[in-house]
Design a protein around this ligand. Structure first.
Ligand code: A3P
Length: 309
């Protein structure tokens, strides 16, 4: 068994931790809910590219790859600012503890961002502001197997202090399976976006595929975007967006966030970057229960995840 909790019970109850609210039935941070009218009315531009994910599914990785593609593999340009400023987080609304020079809302930052913009969201498909569909924006969705998502999310809950105290892993696992974590049910999220993929210009990717063959996945992205890039640039993109490079890159690893928001001493944001870390955390009983739950909730879907990678 691996480490289950970075600090003892009670010690996470400091800073800005608070219980989640509910937005149209989806558990979400209260500040995001307060900012929702602005997000709902957000005006997408036709050349926006939306990066959509359930949390902890490789959003930052995909964002860095896309920023590199948008800047033709120019590493220095991609170091111009932190990833959360280069790829604004649509529904983000902060309560004061914000990085210097950043606006307190994703929408405000997006309004100041020149086109073509990269936009990050974790929203379930049914909550996506209508203008993305109206403007025919392209979307890249990345999904990750839920066992690795829940472990990554558990560590993230501990280090990112806008979350309630996750308790012990067993408790968090139950909350996750029941959709009682920020952004709600993983099943509904991955299935919701999967089922809408025909209606939208949407490329649906998997973290496990990106791990296994990043070159092939980057080529898929380039084809989807209708971009041609020379081999040398592809090699630079792959190198710059490897886990090892991103982990040491302050523009990608979230270390510039104030520690009142993210405490990397509890768990680094760039934690392990592997497939299958759940095997170091799940008990045999938890794994069997999770498998049964997964089968029930994915029944009838042709969406398949690679659990045994
Ligand atoms: P782990 O906690 O399993 O390490 P998100 O950006 O959606 O919050 O996802 C974070 C997860 O993606 C973390 O997973 C993080 O380590 C992993 N990740 C970030 N960059 C990565 C990269 N270049 N290669 C592989 N995994 C990466």
């Amino acid at each position: 068994m691996g480490l289950q909790r970075c600090v003892g019970p009670g010690l996470l109850n400091e800073g800005c931790r608070e219980e989640l609210g509910s937005l149209h039935g989806i558990p979400l941070y209260k500040s995001f809910i307060e900012g929702w009218p602005q997000v709902e009315a957000f005006q997408a531009r036709h050349d926006d590219l939306l990066i959509a994910t359930y949390p902890k599914s490789g959003t930052t990785w995909l964002s860095e790859i896309l920023d590199m593609i948008y800047h033709d593999g120019d590493v220095e340009k991609c170091r111009r600012d932190a990833i959360f400023n280069r790829v604004p987080f649509l529904e983000m609304k902060s309560r004061g503890h914000i990085p210097l020079s950043s606006p307190s809302a994703g929408v405000e930052l997006l309004e100041k961002t020149p086109s073509p913009r990269l936009v990050k969201t974790h929203l379930p498909v049914q909550l996506l502001p209508a203008s993305f569909q109206e403007k025919g924006c392209k979307v890249i969705y990345m999904a990750r197997n839920p066992k690795d998502v829940v472990i990554s999310y558990y560590y993230f809950y501990q280090m990112a202090k806008m979350h309630p105290d996750p308790g012990m892993l067993a408790e968090f696992l139950e909350a996750f399976m029941n959709g009682k974590v920020a952004y709600g049910s993983w099943y509904e999220h991955v299935r919701g976006w999967w089922e809408k993929r025909q209606e939208k210009q949407l490329l649906y990717l998997f973290y496990e595929d990106m791990k296994k063959d990043p070159r092939r996945e980057v080529q898929k992205i380039l084809q989807f975007l209708g971009k041609e890039v020379v081999e040398e640039t592809v090699a630079r993109i792959l190198h710059h967006t490897s886990f090892q490079e991103m982990k040491k890159n302050p523009a990608a690893n979230y270390e510039t966030m104030p520690s009142s928001l993210m405490d990397h001493s509890l768990s680094p944001f760039m934690r392990k970057g592997i497939s299958g870390d759940w095997k170091n955390h799940f008990t045999v009983a938890q794994n069997e229960r999770f498998d049964r739950h997964y089968q029930q909730h994915m029944a009838g879907s042709d969406l398949c995840f690679q659990m045994e990678v």
